[in-house]
Structures are given as C-alpha cells and as structure tokens.
Design a protein around this ligand. Sequence first.
Ligand code: IMP
Length: 209
Amino acid sequence: MLGSGVLYRGSRIVIASHNEGKVRELGELFEPYGITCVSAGSLGLPEPEETGDTFEANALLKAHASAKGSGMLALADDSGLEVEALSGDPGIHSARWGGPAKDFDLAMRKVHEALEATGGAFSRANFTCALALAAPNGDDIVFSGRVFGHIQWPPRGTRGFGYDPIFVPEDHQETFGEMDPALKNELSHRMRAFEQLMAATYAEDADPA
Ligand code: IMP
C-alpha cells in the first residue's frame, strides 16, 4: 500500500483520464501542493475498459493501467451521479448515459425522464468520487468521497461539466453548473476524496530518493 511521503512538493503524476473537466479540476486541487499533473490523454495512454462494479474498483483499474503505461505514479478518478429514486442510477455508468458522443444534455434528460417515470421529477442524489493512486510496481491506495444534494430540472448553469447543471448540493441554491468553480471544489465529492488521499500520502518535504 502507498503511504506517507509518496507525494511531495515537486512530484509529477499522471492523471489517468481523457476527461478534460476532471483533469482540470484535479490539476487545480494538486497545484497548491506543488504537484504537477500530466494527463493520460496527452501522453497517448489508452483508456482501459471499466469492468469493475464499484467506483473504487474502476479507479484502481485506470490508475494501474496509466502507472504501468507511463512508469510514473498515476492518479485515477472514477465518479458519477447516484439518484436515490433511481436506485442509484446512473452510478458507475454515469459516463455511458451520455452515449458514444458523451452528450450530457442527453444524459441529463435521461435522468429527468427516468425520474418522471417513477412519478416525480425531484429526488435526493449524490455525487461519489473514488480516487486511486498507483505506482508502476503495483502498489496502490484508494479513497472515496460523497456530496449529497438533489436533482434540479430544468438544468441551470454552464460551468463545470457532466451532470453539474442538474445537481444542487445540500444547503445551497445554485447548481454545480452555476456555482463559482472554487466553491464547487470546496464542497465536492472529488475534494472529499482528495483530502483523505493527501492526508495519507503527502509529506511536503519528503525525500524523493
Ligand atoms: P468516469 O470517467 O467513468 O468516472 O465518468 C464519470 C462521469 O460522471 C462523468 O463523465 C460525468 O458525467 C459524471 N461526473 C463525475 N463527476 C462529476 C462532477 O463533478 N460533475 C458532474 N458530473 C460528474
């Protein structure tokens, strides 16, 4: 298992994702710690098939593939929207609900239509994020975070990515799509997983040797 000091000021890591929204948000989280992120997409690393049946399993699968492919430490995010009235759907299939074109207007409409079919457009929901860090030698560590809220229809806001325009976090009125990105980063499922990861692995002045 990876532990304290594996990340330090000056670390360079691969973000095991081709999703620019995620790469940008993760880059912003790591930046204040002096950690530089390069994306798997920019290194030409392939995206493995997500065959796991949990967010954690899929994050580990992606992190290991990028760590092996790059010879560097790799961080993967597997995340999605879980809608209570839809028994947790779209869940680990959140990306797939957008179809091959990754059309999130379509994916958000599908959530709305599925909710209407249950007899109401309102539901509690949460975003979940699993963050896995893997080394080329096969060591790894994984954490997950959640943010709770509810589904909003029609979608509001053009910031963020994915399902952000239909998710209102608890104790707020704006959707993630309307919110200042700095506030989303403070509240988000990704931040909650990130804080645990940093507590377990970051030592600012660790000796990289
Ligand atoms: P993954 O690449 O399989 O982890 O796909 C996760 C999908 O969940 C993304 O493509 C988004 O649709 C959705 N998702 C995850 N995190 C967020 C978020 O912070 N905001 C909006 N949608 C998200």
